[in-house]
Design a protein around this ligand. Structure first.
Ligand SMILES: Cc1cc2nc3c(=O)[nH]c(=O)nc-3n(C[C@H](O)[C@H](O)[C@H](O)COP(=O)(O)O)c2cc1C
Length: 404
């Protein structure tokens, strides 16, 4: 047994005692490390995984995004339910370096990288994502009643733009189904579960502001009563819902937050912000949030501005839905910076939008984010991206840098 293998064995043992006592996983990791042997270092191994994904991507992209998403959820759920497949995924994709855990509003994240809302709307992946180096995920957005979502296609890839047109329309099984599922799913230690709440995307819930507030309040009340989830997000900015963004203006937002404040809650509450508003309007929403029990903001949701695509001609003529990925990057960074510069530490800031490389994630932290979230990078770059971000974070420990 050479020196490197011994070191890996010791590393793995150390990790085992502190975090994971699953012996099957330990021996699988150990065996895989021996197979990799002295010639394949950890970073070249990551490069190989990266290249393998690049090679497989054209095949995956042959499926429609809606089908690829369904396959990923199915596989993720199956792999999460079995200790062997969990160990296999962990041996490939889980970060095991220096401690990068972070406690924010009393919630401890093992890594500061989360899966953003919308990918796992019904909470099916809670047992596998930790092994992809995610410190947590935001489930949802869920709604008070089950919701079919918009007609297909709900997603369209714009490959050259590194973006997806999202027209999902809050498709989910509703808050009751989520509570039932999470109650019976074994909890992964140290994995944070945030739950994003939106208004049900159906005619009956979208007649007026009062109806919308009742809808939000019902989900919020049920989640608190069931004591499910580590934090909650109020998603006021879904760009493709039946009622539009009814709560992204001051008066209705004030009414909504006033009502939610009457419901006892011991968890942090975040507000998912729109990114297309002009700065004064964005600022007005922050000033309202400041008056209420809102611990932080997520900057932000999908971009509605198609002019910000690198290749706008690739988008279908009849635009439907918001843009994820690269077109969100600069706007989200600017809003994160604005919030940090003007509100100091008043708000926790969760930075989301267009993280396609470890450097992109560092830029979010340097702009003022406490934690980052992502979806598109995992699809367009590689599922090894989260582990790479964790490594870079451990090396650089990026912090907010005020502009000179
Ligand atoms: C398929 C898909 C569905 C989404 N659904 C939701 C949602 O239900 N609620 C929400 O707050 N954001 C939703 N979003 C927005 C993401 O949470 C995130 O803010 C956005 O995609 C930017 O991050 P990214 O560039 O890393 O993808 C969705 C995004 C995608 C790609």
């Amino acid at each position: 047994m050479n020196e490197k293998t011994l070191r890996l064995l010791n590393d793995a043992k150390g990790h085992n005692t502190t975090q994971n006592r699953n012996s099957i996983r330990f021996y699988l990791r150990y065996t895989l490390r021996i197979i990799q042997g002295p010639v394949v270092t950890n970073s070249t191994f990551m490069d190989i995984m990266h290249s393998l994904y690049r090679a497989a991507k054209p095949l995956i992209f042959k499926l429609s995004p809606d089908n690829a998403h369904a396959v990923f959820l199915f596989m993720g759920e199956i792999m999460g339910s079995n200790p062997l497949t969990r160990a296999l995924i962990a041996s490939l994709y889980e970060y095991h370096g220096a401690d990068i855990s972070k406690t924010v509003n009393g919630v401890t994240y093992q890594t500061p990288v989360l899966l953003s809302a919308g990918f796992d709307s019904d909470g099916r992946l809670t047992r596998i994502l930790r092994h992809l180096s995610f410190g947590g995920e935001e489930i949802g957005s869920i709604t008070a009643y089950p919701c079919e979502g918009n007609p297909l296609p709900r997603m369209t890839r714009l490959i050259r733009n590194k973006s997806m047109i999202v027209y999902k329309g809050l498709r989910n099984n509703g808050v009751d189904a989520l509570i039932t599922r999470l109650k019976k799913t074994p909890h992964t230690p140290g994995f944070v579960i945030g739950i994003s709440i939106a208004r049900t995307n159906r005619k009956e819930s979208c007649t007026n502001t009062e109806e919308g507030i009742n809808d939000f309040a019902l989900s919020f009340q049920k989640l608190n009563d069931a004591n499910i989830g580590d934090y909650y997000t109020i998603n006021i900015s879904c760009p493709n819902a039946f009622a539009g963004e009814a709560f992204t203006s001051p008066e209705p937002l004030t009414k909504l937050l006033t009502r939610l404040e009457t419901i006892p809650c011991t968890k942090p509450i975040y507000l998912k912000m729109p990114i297309h508003l002009p700065t004064p309007e964005f600022d007005a929403l922050l000033r309202i949030a400041d008056k209420f029990r809102i611990h932080g903001v997520i900057c932000g949701n999908l971009n509605k501005n198609y002019n910000e695509l690198d290749f706008p001609e690739d988008a279908p003529k009849e635009f439907r839905g918001g843009l994820s990925g690269k077109p969100c990057f600069l706007r989200s960074n600017a809003l994160i910076r604005y919030t940090r510069e003007h509100f100091g530490d008043r708000f926790t800031i969760i930075g989301t939008g267009g993280i396609l490389s470890p450097e992109d994630a560092m830029e979010k932290f340097r702009s003022g984010a406490d934690i980052v979230q992502m979806i598109s990078g995992m699809i367009f770059t590689s599922p090894s991206l989260m582990k790479q971000i964790c490594k870079k974070y451990a090396e650089e420990r990026p912090m907010f840098l005020p502009k000179k």
